[in-house]
Design a protein around this ligand. Structure first.
Ligand SMILES: Cc1cc2nc3c(=O)[nH]c(=O)nc-3n(C[C@H](O)[C@H](O)[C@H](O)COP(=O)(O)OP(=O)(O)OC[C@H]3O[C@@H](n4cnc5c(N)ncnc54)[C@H](O)[C@@H]3O)c2cc1C
Length: 330
């Protein structure tokens, strides 16, 4: 195991069932964009942090595709190099417009700007929206972490005990099932919409009562020829069978089709790759070679925690608030 970051932590007697493994000023749960950015910001303030991330590797299916002006402003203030981040995304001209189509190869019914990205928007923000796939943003943040951050992948939060001065957090290394304790002055929970930390803290949420079921189908295809006359950030597909949003993370190689479905008529157990392939064929609307890299059902449910902190633990990012996608334009 990598050496532990040390910090100036008040240390009440520890009588836990396991030895103390690490003592850190800040423990961050989750290495999504918000966990990584939190570490970058803390590093900038000279505060050491330890990040534990459940998965050994990033999931391949990208989620966020657009970095809005406010996100870019915050990244810029944190010292993140924005020009090179933009280079990891698509060309600006390809990330501006949304199309409403019958299928990718079919009729374009409408087009509209994804968000204001005309020169006039520069009167109110120095940073215009950019189309950068989430794994690229995460990679960029990883490269900006700085020397005071340690990251442990494949380690997950199990439980925690709070006292006024410190939080003792049980972490499990997933490959070995070995558990150990990290004592932190503060815990920043960036563990996403289904935050375990939020549950452990007993923080309730105001949430949408009926979630909407969506299937994320991750595709690898070269669609550049097909859409060369209309390269867009998003395609809203209105086909009655294959309706959904096709996100063009990179139209030459990686896209995602997000398709809403009704679990009563189409239970999750009935989904297979063949079904996903059929939907993608209809959504594309023309014979193009592609592979289905993954498909994953998930419940879209807007959710806001009633409080973002409890004692020395804080909820940040989707752990605190997750919003509906609104046709991926939310
Ligand atoms: C299809 C789609 C498109 C989207 N498009 C956009 C967009 O264009 N622009 C935008 O701003 N947002 C978009 N979003 C929303 C955006 O992806 C989220 O707001 C963002 O990922 C939240 O980041 P986060 O770090 O808070 O949480 P997450 O990205 O969910 O990261 C949480 C991390 O915590 C880890 N974790 C979970 N539990 C534990 C545990 N017990 N122990 C340790 N680690 C744990 C997870 O493995 C994960 O790495 C989109 C979302 C989806 C699904």
């Amino acid at each position: 195991m990598a050496s532990s970051p040390s910090g100036d932590v008040a240390s009440p007697a520890f009588n836990g069932p396991m030895p103390l493994h690490d003592v850190v000023p800040v423990l961050i749960i989750g290495a999504g964009p918000i966990g990584l950015l939190s570490a970058v910001l803390l590093n900038k303030l000279g505060v050491k942090s330890l990040i534990v991330e459940k998965y050994p590797q990033r999931l391949t299916a990208p989620k966020a595709h657009a970095l809005g002006p406010r996100a870019l402003e915050i990244l810029r203030q944190a010292g993140v190099d924005i020009p090179s981040l933009r280079q990891r995304g698509t060309k600006r001209s390809e990330g501006r417009t949304v199309s409403v189509v019958t299928s990718l190869a079919g009729q374009e019914l409408r087009q509209y700007p994804y968000e204001r990205s005309d020169a006039g928007a520069l009167d109110v923000t120095p940073e215009l929206l950019h189309n950068v796939a989430q794994p690229m943003t995460e990679q960029h943040l990883l490269e900006h972490l700085g020397g005071q951050v340690e990251i442990r992948k494949g380690h997950e939060l199990v439980s925690c005990v709070q006292s006024p001065a410190v939080v003792d957090v049980t972490i499990q290394e997933r490959a070995t099932s070995k558990q150990y304790i990290v004592r932190a002055n503060h815990v920043v929970a960036c563990d996403g919409a289904r935050s375990k930390m939020r549950q452990l803290l007993g923080i309730e949420c105001d949430e949408q009562s009926t979630p909407q079921m969506l299937m994320t189908i991750e595709i690898s295809a070269d669609l550049t020829d097909l859409v060369k006359h209309r390269r867009r950030i998003l395609y809203n597909i209105l086909d009655p069978e294959a309706h959904g949003v096709l996100i063009g993370y990179d139209l030459s190689k990686k896209q995602v089709l997000i398709h809403g479905f009704d679990v009563n008529t189409h239970p999750i157990s009935t989904w297979d790759e063949e079904q996903c392939r059929k939907l993608v064929e209809i959504a594309i609307g023309q014979k193009v070679p592609f592979t289905i890299d993954s498909f994953r059902p998930w419940a879209l449910q807007s959710r806001i925690a009633y409080t973002y902190s409890k004692g020395n633990c804080f909820l940040v990012g989707d752990a605190a608030h997750s919003f509906p996608l609104a046709l991926a334009s939310g």
